[in-house]
Design a protein around this ligand. Structure first.
Ligand code: TXA
Ligand code: MG
Length: 350
């Protein structure tokens, strides 16, 4: 039985949080909202609890988990040192959607890190998440609260669909503010490297520390990614996702043509377009991701719309690619993974 509780983030009910903290302390699992996506939380210091996270999600054991803390004392309990560059970034971006790698202490088991000697940690800014962690007074391991491979959940309804009956409790705290996961950064080497692009952009980080690069594996899929999670097909609805890149007009023409062909072959087609070209699409179920001038809007709609494809039983999902800059890098990273490599460069078609 999964207990589902509504919590108002502006008026958090302490009694309920205390009850939920007992579940965590007894090695149970509680899904909680964060400012990025919902997380499937459990005591990061208990292997019994952490094993339940992997079981509920069907997650591969070599994909390490992010540990969530609500204060620096909790961080110091689990990491060897806090490097200078990490301090600077934590000052600027914590609490918030930035995850940093640290050398782990022995108290963090290999189960959390997938055998790596580093642990990924972040301090979320969501009031409900902070209150729950603070009340447990424990670091909480929490991957996104979806079945492994599916789009991350940005509403409690998404979580219930994936995990009802598989976790002890789900907090319904409304929609997530960002709708895109945290940025994962490694500052342990000479040159800080973004391992997973996310809600905080490379440009945001470069304002704080001069040199920062993307993990080359993000761009070239022949290189092995340093972040194990990056190698899996992810964020994928049941239907086939095709991602179109190139000039906006070429994309629109190519998607219209493909939609016709797929529909003629008796497929249910969904088109995810941007505000700027949405009126130009003709056939299929047409959804508006948001404006190209407002990637924040696109990122907060993205996972919901990929899940809509399943709800509406779309066989084929044709998606308009956007510019890979700023938040667009994270959006395109998720779309490329959702497409499993079905990427059509419209420049090659004309
Ligand atoms: O916004 C978020 O980060 C959400 C919320 C719930 O906090 N969490 C989340 O967790 O997205 P998850 O498990 O879905 O993704 C964690 C990512 C994976 O790509 C994983 O490989 C990477 O972080 N990661 C975790 N520990 C790592 C480590 N020690 N070294 C490299 N990558 C690591
Ligand atoms: Mg995830």
């Amino acid at each position: 039985m999964t207990r589902i509780v509504k919590i108002d983030k502006e008026n958090i009910d302490n009694e309920i949080i205390i009850e939920l903290s007992h579940i965590i302390k007894n090695n149970g699992t509680v899904v909680f909202p964060t400012e990025t996506v919902y997380g499937l939380g459990a005591n990061a210091l208990s292997d019994i609890a952490v094993a339940k996270i992997f079981a509920a999600k069907g997650r591969p054991s070599d994909n390490p988990l992010i540990v969530h803390v609500s204060n620096l004392e909790q961080l110091e309990r689990i990491v060897e040192i806090i490097p200078e560059k990490a301090k600077v970034l934590m000052d600027k971006f914590w609490p918030g959607p930035l995850t940093l790698l640290f050398k782990k202490k022995a108290i963090i088991s290999d189960m959390i890190t997938g055998g790596l000697d580093t642990v990924a940690v972040r301090m979320p800014s969501s009031k409900i998440a902070l209150k729950l962690i603070e009340t447990c007074d424990l670091p909480l391991a929490a991957p996104s609260a979806n079945i492994s491979g599916k789009p991350s959940p940005t509403t409690a309804e998404h979580v219930i669909k994936d995990l009802d009956g598989k976790v002890d409790a789900i907090i319904d705290g409304g929609d997530c503010q960002f709708g895109m996961e945290s940025t994962v950064i490694d500052v342990l080497n000479e040159t800080p490297m973004i391992l997973r692009p996310g809600s905080i952009t490379l440009e945001d980080i470069a304002e704080t520390i001069n040199t920062v690069i993307y993990d080359p594996a993000m761009i070239h899929d022949t290189i092995i990614a340093k972040s194990p999670g990056q190698k899996y097909i992810h964020y994928a609805p049941k239907g086939e996702v095709y991602l179109y890149i190139g000039q906006t007009n070429d994309i629109k023409d190519a998607i219209n043509k493909a939609a016709m062909q797929f529909i003629n072959n008796s497929n249910k087609v969904m088109i995810l377009g941007t505000e700027e070209s949405i009126m130009g699409y003709k056939e299929g179920i047409i959804l508006n991701l948001g404006s190209r001038t407002n990637p924040m809007e696109i990122s907060s709609n993205l996972f919901s719309m990929l899940r809509k494809a399943d709800e509406l039983k779309a066989d084929i999902i044709l998606v308009e690619g956007i510019d890979e800059e700023g938040l667009g890098v994270a959006i395109m990273n998720r779309l490329k993974k959702a497409s499993g490599g079905r990427i059509i460069n419209c420049g090659d078609l004309v």
